[in-house]
Design a protein around this ligand. Structure first.
Ligand SMILES: Cc1cc2nc3c(=O)[nH]c(=O)nc-3n(C[C@H](O)[C@H](O)[C@H](O)COP(=O)(O)OP(=O)(O)OC[C@H]3O[C@@H](n4cnc5c(N)ncnc54)[C@H](O)[C@@H]3O)c2cc1C
Length: 407
């Protein structure tokens, strides 16, 4: 049986950053990263942005070139899934039937795309966008000359994919079950803005629209049957309806959690010497009033990874990293600072028609979060205000002629 001082399960953003941060913090023991995908760690955000649009090659989205990992003596077992954890014996069961022993374990497995539960969801031509392989399959269909795509789900990934495909000249319909896109992450003003942008770029956007089933012919998807009985023709369907955290083996081993594995403020699970980070970890978020939640972002995966590395290297510091996020659609760069959970008021700064504006979210007068569209200055200054717990005057906040630092 192979063993390593540290085993990291998941070769994505969090896993890669944890291995790097351990070496940066002087960890001299053995490190093995075990990853289900065949590739070395790569950036996931470009899968619905510049990699999907072919503005970046796969080599350019690798987090580090393969030689880097060898130089740092970080071993990889790729194409290998961890199917079981024995927290007492400190061993992992691998999909190839072998075992791997560990001293300390970092669980960094992200999540699997939520699948449609309706008939037809397993037809060829139905895609998720989570891995490079998902994206390549979809791009191969685009290369083959398909013209009509239906995107199910109006979250960031669905909207970004719709933007790339409509720019490439495909006929795109986007379906959202709720009354507006981005309903779970943004306020009405931002949703209305993005809906108008997508429609102006030719996307047919339908809210309040449910899917009854996917229709197929010879095993390939040919259309989406809506709840009202209408049939939308589709040569490909993209499903972007969220993820389910990949925590099965850890929960089966006794770790506390359900929608993600629960961690304390040093990213420790309830099992001895087992940490969890990134999309799969649920923690009490200091920037959301202490609500226990999972945060799906590169920032969160990287910063939790660094927190664990410091703890392992004897310099424990509680996880309090400031949350931020971004999304690129068309020529619009959205930057989000903070988490707007529980806001009781939102204030728009600037005119959305100018395509450069911000939305501020407040609770009990305190600034919680900002969505900044093509507005880097607001983002940079606003995050300082949020971190400082600012309670801005609302009229001044709404006055875009005043810099945020003066509000
Ligand atoms: C298309 C797309 C666009 C995105 N855009 C943005 C963006 O603009 N900004 C942003 O901040 N975030 C974005 N995100 C989210 C961001 O990519 C994730 O939050 C981040 O990747 C989380 O890192 P992670 O390490 O937790 O998980 P991941 O990066 O998903 O890595 C987890 C890895 O673990 C592997 N794995 C799972 N189970 C096992 C197992 N049992 N054994 C071995 N390996 C396993 C998985 O296959 C995967 O390779 C986007 C995500 C996607 C999919």
């Amino acid at each position: 049986m192979d063993t390593s001082d540290i085993a990291i399960v998941g070769a994505g953003h969090g896993g890669a950053q944890c291995a790097m941060a351990l070496r940066q913090n002087g960890f001299a023991g053995t490190i093995t990263v075990i990853g289900r995908e065949p590739d070395y760690p790569y950036e996931r955000p470009p899968l619905s942005k510049d990699y999907f649009a072919r503005d970046k090659s796969f080599e350019r989205i690798l987090i580090r070139p393969p030689a880097f990992w060898a130089e740092k003596s970080i071993a990889f077992r790729l194409g290998t899934e961890v199917t079981g954890v024995d927290a007492q014996a400190r061993t992992l069961t691998l999909s190839n039937g072998q075992s791997h022993g560990y001293g300390r374990l970092v669980w960094a497995t992200g999540g699997d795309p939520r699948r449609l539960s309706c008939p037809g969801s397993d037809l060829a031509g139905v895609h998720s966008v989570r891995t490079r392989q998902d994206c390549d399959r979809l791009m191969a269909q685009v290369d083959a000359g398909i013209k009509t795509v239906v995107v199910i789900g109006g979250g960031y990934i669905g909207l970004e994919a719709a933007a790339v495909l409509s720019k490439a000249g495909l006929h795109v319909t986007l379906l959202e079950a709720l009354p507006r896109v981005l309903a779970r992450v943004a306020g009405d003003d931002l949703s209305a803005f993005y809906q108008a942008e997508h429609r102006a770029h030719g996307v047919v956007l339908r809210t309040n629209t449910t899917v009854d089933r996917l229709e197929g012919k010879d095993g390939n998807v040919i259309g989406v049957r809506l709840g009202d009985g209408a049939l939308l023709p589709a040569q490909a369907v993209i499903v972007g309806i969220g993820i389910i955290p990949s925590v099965g083996p850890l929960i089966a081993a006794g770790a506390r959690g359900a929608n993600g594995v629960e961690v304390d403020d040093h990213c420790r699970t309830s099992l001895p010497d087992i940490f969890a980070i990134g999309d799969c970890a649920a923690f009490a978020c200091a920037f959301a009033g202490g609500a226990v939640m999972r945060v799906e972002s590169v920032q969160n995966a990287n910063d939790m990874a660094s927190c664990v590395a410091k703890t392992i290297c004897g310099d424990p510091q509680p996880y309090r990293a400031f949350p931020w996020f971004w999304s690129n659609q068309y020529d619009l760069k959205l930057q989000t600072a903070g988490i707007n959970l529980g806001h009781d008021r939102s204030v728009v700064r600037g005119d959305p028609a100018s395509r450069s504006f911000s939305v501020a979210y407040l609770k009990d007068g305190r600034l919680l979060a900002l969505d900044c569209v093509n507005s880097v200055k607001d983002y940079v200054q606003g995050r300082k205000l949020i971190e400082a717990g600012a309670m801005p005057d609302l009229d001044r906040l709404a006055d875009a002629s005043l810099a945020l630092k003066e509000v």
